[in-house]
Design a protein around this ligand. Structure first.
Ligand SMILES: *Cc1c(COP(=O)(O)O)cnc(C)c1O
Length: 423
């Protein structure tokens, strides 16, 4: 049915049916994309963005108007008092680290209310490792409230918040778990519960993979501080590195003192010609996130047809762009990732194999064929080779490109005799 790639007619047919099944989800995603695009463009118009904002700076970067205005545009889009958007954040974990060290002080208490956070944050908090200068090494206390039936446990959260609780920490995305992501509404409920018990608590949200998935952001429902990566949703597939923090003015200022130095804060930082791509990334972000969401919904619909467990289901409400697929065995995980890689615009000729990745207790197989290395707003899949044999998939710069890769993944499974209920 297409003259370019060898895809079995059974898979083409299943894909067409899956796509039809997604119609309502696609129109809801498009409505959210449109709302968020208007929101972003309104901020650009109000701040009169012009090519002068793309001018580069070197050295100290004093008075870089493009950098200063980007923070204001970002703050407006996220419904926040202030923002800190910098290419100098080397990844999402670094951004979250700056935010945590920016606002927490020795003796403070941090309470994570969405179970144990994302793996890379463990060393930052001091859940694992020692002597690296974690929050724990600096005398910041840590505790957590587990999820209950995969949802925030509001009564337990209320009980855990004390007079001396400094920060409540929320992870919006599922990360590499099978629990659902939190919706912005659920984050709002947590904020209300926490603030009713102790209004002084700083509520911070790890917003990675969540930006522009819904009409509102956590900062619009009372979160004091949010942070995320620019090689995920908020960089729109355009930003090649960086991160952002947004929230209350006094807290963002403290984060700036941590990123640079006490006293200098936001006043310095050469932008080295990065402003244009950060503006353009924000401009594209609502659309790119919409494409990634459509890709996730399509993957869920197609693989549900083939008889696999999909979480979230194609028609579930989503708070992030991550899709998990239960592929049931090692051979299927490997074939799936190899199929995804084979259609990627970059590095299509590589053959993913399971390997012993540092920091993991099992082998991991990954597919990534991206313009920006490690970007996961571009289509990527990874799977630890262990029970229950799930793959985690995210991104898709455009739906058609992701659809192709997913069909090739099914094709690879079919060729190896692994694909279940094909028609
Ligand atoms: C990606 C991610 C991070 C940060 O990861 P980096 O790889 O350092 O960018 C943190 N939390 C969650 C939930 C994430 O998805």
């Amino acid at each position: 049915m297409n003259p370019f790639f060898n895809i079995d007619p059974q898979i083409e047919t299943a894909a067409a049916k899956a796509q039809t099944l997604c119609r309502d989800q696609f129109s809801e995603i498009e409505a959210i994309t449109e709302y968020n695009q208007f929101k972003v463009q309104h901020a650009f118009v109000e701040h009169g963005i012009s090519d002068t904002h793309f001018a580069t700076s070197t050295g100290y970067g004093y008075g870089d108007r493009g950098r200063e205005t980007l923070d204001k545009v970002w703050a407006q889009v996220f419904g926040a008092e202030d923002a800190l958007v910098r290419h100098n954040f080397v990844c999402g974990t670094h951004t979250l680290t700056v935010a945590l060290f920016g606002v927490l002080r020795p003796g403070d208490a941090m309470l994570c209310v969405t179970g144990t956070p994302y793996d890379t944050i463990h060393g930052v908090i001091g859940i694992s490792g020692s002597g690296m200068g974690s929050l724990k090494d600096f005398g910041v206390r840590y505790s957590e409230v587990p999820l209950r039936n995969d949802k925030p446990d509001l009564p337990a959260i209320e009980a855990a918040v004390q007079d001396d609780t400094t920060m409540v920490y929320i992870q919006r995305s599922r990360g590499y778990e099978l629990r659902p992501s939190l919706t912005v509404e659920e984050i709002g409920e947590i904020v209300r519960t926490v603030k009713a018990k102790n209004p002084n608590v700083i509520v911070m949200v790890d917003n990675c993979y969540g930006e522009f998935v819904q009409r509102q952001e956590p900062t619009e429902v009372g979160a004091d501080l949010i942070a995320g990566s620019l090689i995920k949703n908020a960089g729109g597939g355009i930003a090649t590195t960086g991160g952002y923090i947004a929230g209350r003015h006094d807290l963002v200022e403290k984060c700036a003192y941590r990123l640079t130095t006490p006293g200098l804060g936001k006043e310095v930082g050469a932008t080295l010609g990065m402003n244009r791509e950060l503006y353009m990334g924000l401009f594209y972000a609502p659309h790119t996130v919409g494409e990634a969401l459509k890709s996730a919904v399509f993957i869920a619909a197609l693989f549900a047809r083939f008889g696999y467990d999909t979480t979230p289901r194609y028609n579930a409400v989503r708070g992030d762009i991550v899709q998990s697929l239960g592929l049931e065995n090692e051979e299927s995980l490997v074939a799936f990732c190899q199929g995804i890689q084979s259609g990627s615009p970059i590095d299509s000729y590589l053959l993913p194999e399971p390997w012993d990745m540092p920091g993991y207790d099992s082998k991991v197989v990954m597919a990534a064929g991206a313009f920006t290395l490690g970007s996961s707003i571009e289509l990527s899949a990874d799977a630890p080779i262990r029970e229950p044999f799930y793959a985690w998939i995210q991104g898709g710069l455009n739906y058609h490109s992701a659809k192709l890769c997913v069909m090739l993944a099914a094709q690879k499974m079919l060729e190896k005799g692994l694909l279940k209920n094909h028609e």
